[in-house]
Write a protein that binds this ligand. Structure first.
Ligand SMILES: CC(=O)N[C@H]1[C@@H](OP(=O)(O)OP(=O)(O)OC[C@H]2O[C@@H](n3ccc(=O)[nH]c3=O)[C@H](O)[C@@H]2O)O[C@H](CO)[C@@H](O)[C@@H]1O
Ligand SMILES: C=C(OP(=O)(O)O)C(=O)O
Length: 420
């Protein structure tokens, strides 16, 4: 027995949708909170499975976790115990690896299983580990478990071969209590990194340069509790913007930071999408003629890899040929096979795909092989003739807060059903 999403396509979307707090910030802010000596209150926490898994891990560490109304989460590490993290929840998400940096930073010792998350091709963490080693830690890997420990952590210069989001955040967390100055060069610049640095600075850390490619962290001896509001989720926002372009008459997406979405908005403009951008919202008028475009995924502020999958579904409705070149995860094209089942004309090559439009889409039984593949199939389901049945929706639930509820409020005919 499995719960699936069913979507009857062809229903127009209308109205307003409010975007939740950013998954990729939240999943780092929660482990970062344990670096404090007192309670940290995070506001705007999305109701997603990744947060549940992280809460389980906090409880494993004897950290008090209180979920309040409207996305308030209070994390109190006062009575924390540094136990090995071998609980199955570690493997339910990618971001459990942030406990490496946080526990190493606080206790100079961490034992944790290998994390999980979406399979998008190989996702090594060598840069995280090299960063910890540069700070003075020893890394041991046995039977699927990492042990990372140090006598003391000493600030140093760390150049990242690839500007990795995860490595930047993990090293930042490990370095907050290190002796002296740590400099991360070729750091990733994603907005979620700024959000984590903001939280740590509110706690009393000295981090400068987050959002640029050089971040400096001057070690401190003490971090206090604080209050923090999470930035809006640019990927959820982008997904709804794409859905609006696909199926809305007029739809407003609110609680967004438009600057975080520039690469998507400019591509949609190139495609011919009618939009009005305001300070914290965007109004999309869908239904117009769309033109195919070429996309190359890049680190921020380039086109986000997490949005190429949902956009692929929309590109089936754009006139002519579109190409997507994936430079972050060259194997991130499993959604294309599922879209083909629904009638899309897509060919997948080495690190790229070509989409020929316009092709009608038809409801079918498809599988969300990963989180954004799931989002792509929901976009396709809104456009398709008949009913689309999406399996393995636990991937979608990892990262979208009430996706089906939000879509129903906009007029979509989407429901959950338990099937054999
Ligand atoms: C929880 C979270 O925030 N997830 C996001 C984060 O994942 P994540 O932080 O895992 O992605 P990275 O930025 O680290 O990965 C970027 C590239 O660097 C490579 N790499 C990374 C680390 C390393 O040690 N060695 C290495 O080779 C990866 O394989 C990939 O090719 O950024 C990705 C890229 O924007 C997004 O798709 C994910 O949604
Ligand atoms: C790949 C993603 O998530 P994660 O890194 O958590 O697997 C994503 O959010 O698209």
């Amino acid at each position: 027995m499995e719960e699936v999403f069913k979507i009857e396509g062809g229903h127009q979307l209308n109205g307003e949708v409010r975007i939740s707090g950013a998954k990729n910030a939240t999943v780092a802010l929660i482990p970062a909170s344990i670096l404090a000596s007192g309670p940290v209150t995070i506001c705007g926490v999305p109701d997603i499975a990744d947060v549940e898994s992280l809460s389980t891990l906090l409880e494993e560490l004897n950290v008090a976790v209180v979920h309040k109304d409207r996305g308030h989460l209070i994390i109190d590490p006062t009575e924390m115990i540094n136990r090995p993290l071998e609980h199955p929840a570690v493997t339910k998400l990618r971001a459990s690896y942030y406990f490496m940096g946080a526990l190493l930073g606080k206790y100079k010792h961490v034992k944790i299983k290998m994390s999980g998350g979406c399979y998008l091709g190989p996702r090594p963490i060598d840069l995280h580990l090299k960063g910890f080693e540069a700070l003075g830690a020893k890394v041991d890997y046995q039977k699927g478990c990492y042990t990372i420990e140090a006598e003391e952590l000493i600030g140093t210069k760390i150049f990242l071969d690839i500007s990795s989001v995860g490595a930047t955040i993990n090293i930042m967390m490990a370095a907050v209590y290190a002796k002296g100055r740590t400099t991360i060069e070729n750091a990733a610049k994603e907005p979620e990194i700024i959000d984590v640095a903001t939280l740590l600075n509110k706690m009393g850390a000295h981090i400068r340069g987050a959002g640029t490619n050089v971040i400096t962290i001057d070690g401190v001896d003490y971090l206090s509790g604080c209050f923090h509001e999470i930035i809006p989720d640019r990927i959820e926002a982008g997904t709804f913007i794409i859905m609006a372009a696909a199926a809305a008459k007029e739809m407003k997406i609110t609680n967004i930071i438009p600057q975080h979405l520039e690469s998507l908005l400019s591509k949609l403009q190139e495609m011919g999408v009618d939009m009005e951008v305001d300070v914290d919202s965007v109004l999309i008028r869908g239904g117009g003629k769309l033109q195919g475009v070429d996309i190359k995924t890049l680190p921020y502020p380039g086109f986000a890899t997490d949005l190429q999958q949902p956009l692929s579904a929309l590109l089936t409705q754009a006139e002519g040929k579109s190409t997507i070149r994936e430079t972050i995860y060259p194997e991130r094209f499993k959604h294309c096979i599922e879209l083909q089942r629904m009638g899309a004309d897509i060919s997948v090559g080495q690190g790229s795909c070509t989409i020929e439009g316009i092709t009608p889409l038809y409801g079918d039984r498809v599988t969300a092989t990963d989180l954004r593949c799931g989002a792509s199939l929901v976009v396709a389901g809104l456009l398709a003739e008949g009913v689309t049945e999406i399996h393995e929706i636990y991937h979608i639930e990892r990262g979208y807060d009430d996706l089906d509820g939000k879509l129903r409020a906009l007029g979509a005919n989407i429901w959950r059903e338990t099937v054999e």
